[in-house]
Design a binder for this molecule. Sequence first.
Ligand SMILES: [Zn+2]
Length: 370
Amino acid sequence: MPFPDISLREKDAVLKEHLESSPVNSGATFPVVRPRRLRRSPVLRAMVRETELTAADFIYPMFVRPGKDGAREIPSMPGIYQWTITALSEEVESIANLGIPAVILFGIPEHKDPVGVENFSVDGIVQQAIRAIKKIVPELVVITDVCMCEYTDHGHCGLLNLGDPLPDPSLPEGYVLNDPTLEVLGKVAVSHAQAGADIVAPSGMIDGMVGSIRKSLDQNKFENIAILSYAVKYASAFYGPFRDAAESPPKFGDRKSHQMDPANVREALREAELDVSEGADMLMVKPALPYLDVIHRVHSQFPQIPLGAYNVSGEYAMLKAASERGWLDERKTVLEALTGIKRAGADLILTYHAKEAARWLAEESGKIGK
Ligand SMILES: [Zn+2]
């Protein structure tokens, strides 16, 4: 008996006092608990840091275009270029040397047409780029964007309900036709795999795109090529600079009949669930910073599936522009933003900041607690 000589009431009082004085049990606050104790020095801060950003987290987006001349800088994305095949080699070597494991390719074709035939041609610009990169740095993981908008003359992500009579009179004129588009996406994915891509990334938010691409890849003996699905892609205004970069703005209308409404998050879980069931190996949320809650929700719901987040062109341009004006410290804000995306639950971050961030992280790895 712990309290043989005292009454029950006294026993209770002693216990209560004991519990109240214990910082673990009592929910004690100041002055017992002082969180600043662990922020006292750079080494202490580093010891208890929960999220560690590294170059291995990054995927670097690259734009490739035909031509013999060098790189062309994109005006609304300072530091980001459209590369010709001949100018690529130095760039991909420097990406690999920085410890960035992967690139994702976007092509600007020589010619555009209603179907976008260069998208699945052996000598398409992306197919040429894949072969060139694999020759220069074989270990660099090459991911390819699989969509139609960069290749179609109308700039839309699929075949359209156009003509007289309309292919589907029950749908509005100009509507992106779902199932006929799937067939083209399958051809594109197979063509990228044939050129040597490691991962294909369907980005059009076309229903059934993952399952259909998986089937096409498997039928062509590419069962080992992974699919990174743009499972949750919002109809966002933050893509503006990308459309300059990829020369892919829609000639009319918008993408709201396939991309998601920015107001929705439950729908994101449904999209992710569908893509997982269709065989997606990895998922993605796009954009990143205005959608950290979505990243968190998708990661919590599907912790077994690697999750990417696309830190898009508009997010890049904002920090660049404010830094150029001296309104923000570029290095600190970029690293903070990327850390935030990882903390929210992203395993991988597709970001135009990848090269500079990798350089800064390498510089800081010697110094603790920055
Ligand atoms: Zn598209």
